[in-house]
Design a protein around this ligand. Structure first.
Ligand SMILES: Nc1ncnc2c1ncn2[C@@H]1O[C@H](COP(=O)(O)OP(=O)(O)OP(=O)(O)O)[C@@H](O)[C@H]1O
Length: 593
């Protein structure tokens, strides 16, 4: 090896191999996307980010990572020649060559450290950027057209969507890069070190037959046989790794529910039942972990044995040629190194099998998420026609997901200042009618005209209080304002005691009583002054006197607003101009007062 020319040689090597690798990588990815189901899943998830029509930056960044992967292979090749020269110098007791090789090492080691640090930075920065983009894209799709809600109605509802957005995106990005660059590294190393091994290996007599370049053939046969066995031993890890994620997610979900419904469970003294549920789900996690441990023991045991044999194998084969002075000690060391590199490269499939198994599971979960979101997007929606100060229902029919009629052919007109009370026994479809009017319920026909967006307000029985201050909750979903109106409406809703705490950050959904939360929702209506307000048992937790006061306040403060209420108390009738009674099986009756 001529070290003085090496810089030029290495640059030439890079100039040839870099474009070749880019083309090869693109061809492999295109082939996988065309001929394998998981390749198509990768394309579906990755293409929107790498599409040049959007931006060239991700592809350029990836190309830079490919370049650094090639540099790493080239450095390994140089190190293998360095070992040869260094050991040969020592064997020859050549002091000049020895010190020269130490100088070469100094240059190589410096370059190696710089390359490793830069490569690390490039990879991490690339992964963070990709993760940010993909997470934002999935969050956007999750929030678009109320997919977070409507996915409950799809045929293939998904478990733990939160885990998919948060954890699986990270795993997808990391594994995509490590697996693809690992493969590239393996292929280029295979070429480079097979060449080295070819020049260093001699003939070997196998059962009396002379095999030329025996070392090259031996390493290939050895690893191919080992890989076939390893894939058979490792295959069950695919399913086990999928189950691992599922069981953990379901255990975590049970823990979250325990926290969310803590108070109800505490009232019930339901600890024993909860412990049983938790223990059951945790037992699944542990049983699966043991199954992974035992399967991995077999898998890793096999892999370790294969790698250990590979350490001594080249020495045994080359020893006779060294002893007969056909080759130098440096040649033997370089052979062992090249053998190790070829073995490692060929073993890529075998050693990455478990990571690939988890990767497939991640792909299934992420594409399952996209499927559910797309399916939710295709569910029919009854988008309301915008009107001003008027509610108009024509031929409105609402069904259960099973097809059972809840309301058939409803015609109704309400003008500004009108108020409608919807009544009927529990489970008859009152809330579902409001969902249909809001455009959330998919099983609906007919037409709805009503004020939309900020001009319509829906108040459910259990108000939603977002994270943050009380002021944020009061103005939600508008940004909080400090215009003095919040204090006024709190006073009107008999919540003056909260005025001093408007900017306090707390878990208000837990602190305030349900009645207080419902009054806070009424205060929100007073602030927003909508053209139409829907109240779904929004005063159920108040006593009759307070409910009376709140409805009186609504009517007086918002005289032109249409009020549509769902409620059971007969006293509510006084505040409504019409009553819609649901009678079951789709029948209904509209009455004055
Ligand atoms: N997501 C859903 N999937 C399947 N069935 C549903 C779903 N949501 C509601 N239902 C069914 O639709 C019917 C009407 O429910 P809805 O909540 O509208 O009743 P309601 O009249 O408001 O009852 P309540 O007075 O008890 O609040 C019920 O039988 C309910 O089980």
């Amino acid at each position: 090896m001529d070290w003085s020319n090496e810089l030029i040689d290495s640059l030439t090597w890079l100039a040839i191999s870099f474009p070749l690798c880019l083309v090869g990588l693109a061809a492999v990815l295109a082939g996988l996307a065309r001929y394998t189901a998981w390749g198509r899943q990768v394309r579906r998830l990755a293409w929107p980010y790498f599409r040049p029509g959007r931006s060239w930056v991700p592809l350029a960044w990836l190309a830079l990572i490919v370049l650094f992967t090639l540099l790493s292979v080239r450095m390994n090749v140089l190190f293998s020649y360095w070992y040869n020269g260094f050991y040969s110098a020592m064997q020859a007791l050549d002091a000049t060559a020895f010190w020269f090789m130490l100088g070469v090492f100094g240059v190589l080691a410096t370059l190696h450290v710089l390359r490793a640090l830069l490569a690390f930075y490039l990879r991490q920065a690339f992964m963070i950027r990709w993760r940010v983009w993909l997470t934002e894209a999935l969050m956007a799709r999750w929030l678009d057209k109320q997919a977070y809600y409507r996915t409950h109605h799809v045929a293939h509802a998904i478990d733990n969507p939160d885990q998919r957005v948060q954890q699986d995106v990270d795993s997808f990005v990391t594994s995509s890069l490590t697996l693809s660059m690992g493969l590239l590294d393996a292929v280029v190393s295979l070429f480079s070190f097979t060449l080295i091994l070819w020049t260093l290996s001699g003939a070997l007599a196998v059962f009396g037959v002379e095999v030329p370049r025996a070392m090259v053939f031996l390493v290939y046969i050895y690893v191919i046989v080992a890989t076939v066995f390893a894939v058979r031993i490792g295959r069950p890890l695919v399913g086990l790794s999928f189950l691992n994620e599922r069981f953990n997610a379901s255990f975590r979900y049970a823990l979250i529910r325990l926290r969310e419904y803590g108070e109800s469970i505490a009232f019930f003294r339901g600890e024993a039942v909860e412990r049983k549920t938790l223990a059951g789900r945790f037992a699944d996690v542990i049983a699966n972990s043991w199954a992974i441990v035992f399967r991995s023991l077999k898998f890793q045991g096999f892999n370790l044995t294969v790698s250990q044999i590979a350490v001594v194998f080249p020495f045994i084969v080359q020893a006779p040629r060294l002893l007969s002075k056909e080759i130098t000690l440096g040649d033997v060391i370089q052979t062992a190194q090249a053998f190790g590199q070829v073995e490692e490269a060929l073993s890529f499939l075998r050693t990455s099998y478990d990571e690939f198994a988890s990767y497939r599971a991640v792909l299934d979960r992420l594409t399952g998420f996209l499927d559910a979101v797309e399916e939710a997007g295709q569910l029919p929606v009854l988008a309301p026609t915008p009107t001003q100060g008027r509610l108009s229902l024509q031929g409105l029919s609402v069904r259960k997901p099973t097809g059972e009629a809840l309301i058939s052919d409803l015609d109704l007109q309400l003008q500004a200042g009108d108020a409608l009370l919807i009544r009927g026994p529990s489970g008859i479809g009152k809330t579902t009618l409001l969902r249909a009017l809001a455009g959330l319920w998919p099983y609906v026909e007919g037409s709805v005209g009503r004020p939309v967006e900020g001009a319509a307000l829906f108040l459910p029985q259990k108000p939603y209080l977002p994270l943050g201050s009380l002021r944020t909750a009061l103005y939600y979903p508008e940004p909080p304002a400090e215009d003095g109106r919040a204090e006024g409406v709190l006073r009107l809703c008999q919540l003056a005691n909260l005025i001093g705490r408007l900017d306090e950050q707390a878990d208000w959904g837990r602190i305030l009583s349900l009645g207080e939360q419902q009054r806070l929702a009424i205060a929100r209506a007073l602030l927003v002054q909508p053209e139409i307000v829907f109240l779904d048992e929004a005063s159920s937790a108040m006593d009759e006197g307070l409910e009376h006061a709140m409805y009186g306040l609504l009517r007086d403060s918002l005289p032109n607003t249409i009020i549509v209420s769902v409620g059971h108390r007969s006293s509510l009738g006084a505040f409504h101009t019409r009553t819609l009674e649901l009678l079951g099986e789709g029948r209904w009756r509209l009455m004055p007062g």
